[in-house]
Design a protein around this ligand. Structure first.
Ligand SMILES: [Ca+2]
Length: 578
């Protein structure tokens, strides 16, 4: 059982539900529901934050993820699934089935003046929850939202989860913060703190555990209140985004496990991935970032990735508790579970600069402990922990506890993204490649398979609409909606191929087009590079000079897409007032 979070029994007792679930034989099963809804699965959409393509055990990593590995073994793993390279655009695209710019989130949470860059979901898009709820689904969310610029406690809240189709919400409106005191922590529409939430009283608050525990609670409540209806749940973990925060008991499992340096683990992952069939044996390994031999202090650098691994381990344990609850409720068989990641491993140097520690400590005005109702105003330092300690960072500050704030840095992100190039922000394969695990015993044939068809976040909406028999609305609140961009992944569940199509990316001027085996890609402000992804997915052999016609053809497709989605040149300039 989890060491910090409450046990399931304690938690259910705390919310007055212990006896209820004990007597419940099944939830949403054939004996209880109409023939039509029997065919409609529950949908559990799980997303993690700032992880690389090969971190999970079932994608070649050495991190202990037995629960996700088990879902993979009983389901389907995609080897060429793609996100949008960054938190906000990915979440906008995932929730709406559109490209991020079409949903109004072409960049992050700031309003850049263009309709495609408002930093707020627009009124011409709908969320998966808004589509499934009218079809009879109950809708729940636990986790990180990050698709509105209005993240203050008083809103406006028109784009908060409850106003965007979810009936219940526990999580954070904004995108980063302490795992022991998350900024913008909410229950439904109300800001709370880890100390003043009457509905959740763990021995020690840790955000990843809190999300898992509340997801378990929502499933139990659902099966008690609405056993004849399916549910849609969006469980958006912030693991393993910086800061590297994890319970000491989980970190201890990884003590000394990364002492051999970056290259060793990259080579190990590369070989395992080839054996597992996730990558082709003839692809080159992308260039090494960092030299372990000269890096100092090594014990600090190793500690950073030990905590990173522990964060993923804790998330996997939580997913295990969620799956166990589905089993207890006899609902696992007909629940379609997706697991995916929002962008590639993160090379941002947060909390790693040699001069920051003094600045951060000096930046905290007082060391008074925070009152139980006092909201954490900061998403990064200078800030203090709830007990008043100033938060520290920089080389030598061992991360993990609430008074530390450190990222794991570029060199470990390079390991996370093995075997690919680049990171979060960029649209080379290291920035946009994600695992996608689909698990649905009642709906996926030949479990344990890999699927090599390319897919993208936009396909999740289309798949949800397909399996739920929901109707994608032509209008929302009197505004005409934009049509879905993606295609249902359901054929892959039945061992059929997806139709070929063209997929596009733009983030901060980094651009890409994927069509069949070809990918045209550019790292801002550079020119186009062309890769044959079937032969060279690690993007080591640029064929642009050899195939100028192909470059021209794909570039023209990109320009047409960019115009259609109102993608603006980077860096953005405020539009001229007329
Ligand atoms: Ca992210």
């Amino acid at each position: 059982m989890p060491r910090m979070s409450v046990t399931r029994r304690d938690f259910l007792r705390a919310v007055g539900m212990g006896a209820v679930t004990a007597g419940l034989a099944s939830c949403h099963t054939a004996s209880r529901v109409s023939a039509r809804s029997v065919r409609r699965p529950n949908i559990l959409l799980i997303m993690s934050d700032d992880m690389g393509f090969s971190d999970l055990g079932c994608y070649g990593g050495e991190i202990h993820t037995p629960n996700l590995d088990s879902l993979a073994a009983g389901g389907l793993r995609f080897t060429q699934f793609y996100n949008c390279a960054r938190c906000c655009p990915t979440r906008a695209s995932l929730m709406t089935g559109l490209y991020p710019h079409q949903a109004g989130i072409g960049h992050m949470m700031e309003d850049n003046g263009f309709n495609s860059y408002r930093g707020d979901l627009n009124d011409r898009c709908v969320t998966i929850a808004e589509v499934l709820r009218p079809a009879g689904y109950r809708t729940y969310m636990a986790g990180k939202w990050h698709v509105t610029k209005h993240s203050g406690k008083d809103g406006p809240k028109h784009n908060w989860p409850l106003q965007r189709g979810f009936e219940r919400f526990y999580g954070t409106i904004t995108g980063a913060g302490s795992y022991y005191d998350p900024t913008t922590l909410c229950r439904d529409n109300t800001f709370i703190t880890p100390e003043n939430d009457p509905e959740y009283k763990p021995q020690e608050f840790y955000y990843t555990d809190a999300l898992s525990d509340n997801a378990v609670r929502y499933i139990a409540e659902h099966c008690r209140q609405s056993p004849d209806r399916p549910f849609f749940m969006y469980l958006a973990f912030t693991a393993a985004h910086w800061p590297m925060h994890a319970p000491e008991t989980d970190i201890a499992k990884y003590k000394g496990k990364y002492s051999q340096g970056y290259g060793y683990y990259r080579r190990q992952r590369f070989e395992r991935m080839k054996k597992m069939g996730l990558i082709h044996k003839d692809w080159d390994l992308s260039p090494q970032a960092g030299d372990w031999e000269v890096f100092e202090p090594k014990d600090w650098e190793a500690r950073c990735v030990e905590v990173y691994a522990a964060m993923i381990d804790a998330m996997d344990q939580g997913i295990g508790r969620v799956v166990a609850e589905l089993k207890t409720q006899a609902a696992l068989e007909n629940t379609l579970i997706f697991f995916l990641q929002d962008n590639g491993g993160c090379a941002e140097p947060m909390g790693r600069g040699p001069g920051i520690n003094k600045k951060w400590i000096d930046g905290v005005a007082d060391n008074r402990p925070m009152a139980p109702d006092e909201l954490q105003p900061k998403i990064w330092p200078p800030m203090k922990a709830r007990d008043g300690r100033p938060v520290r960072g920089g080389p030598g500050v061992m991360p993990g506890a609430a008074d530390t704030y450190v990222g794991y840095g570029r060199n470990w992100a390079n390991v996370s993204n093995t075997p690919f190039r680049e990171y979060k922000h960029w649209v080379h394969e290291g920035g946009i490649s994600t695992p996608l695990i689909c698990h649905w015993p009642a709906g996926i044939k030949a479990p344990g398979r890999l699927c090599h068809d390319p897919g993208h976040l936009i396909d999740i909406m289309a798949t949800c609409v397909d399996v739920s028999n929901a109707e994608y609305p032509a209008e929302r609140q009197g505004q005409k909606t934009q049509p879905m961009e993606g295609m249902s992944l359901r054929p892959t569940f039945e061992r059929k191929a997806l139709d070929e199509r063209t997929i596009f990316w733009e983030h901060e001027g980094n651009r890409a087009v994927r069509q069949g085996r070809w990918k045209l890609v550019s790292k801002h402000p550079g020119g186009w590079e062309l890769y044959d992804i079937a032969a060279d997915r690690t993007e080591m052999h640029d064929l642009a000079a050899r195939h100028p016609d192909k470059v021209q053809e794909l570039a023209a497709l990109y320009e047409r897409w960019a115009a259609r989605c109102d993608v603006q040149p980077w860096p953005l300039k405020k539009p001229q007032q007329s």
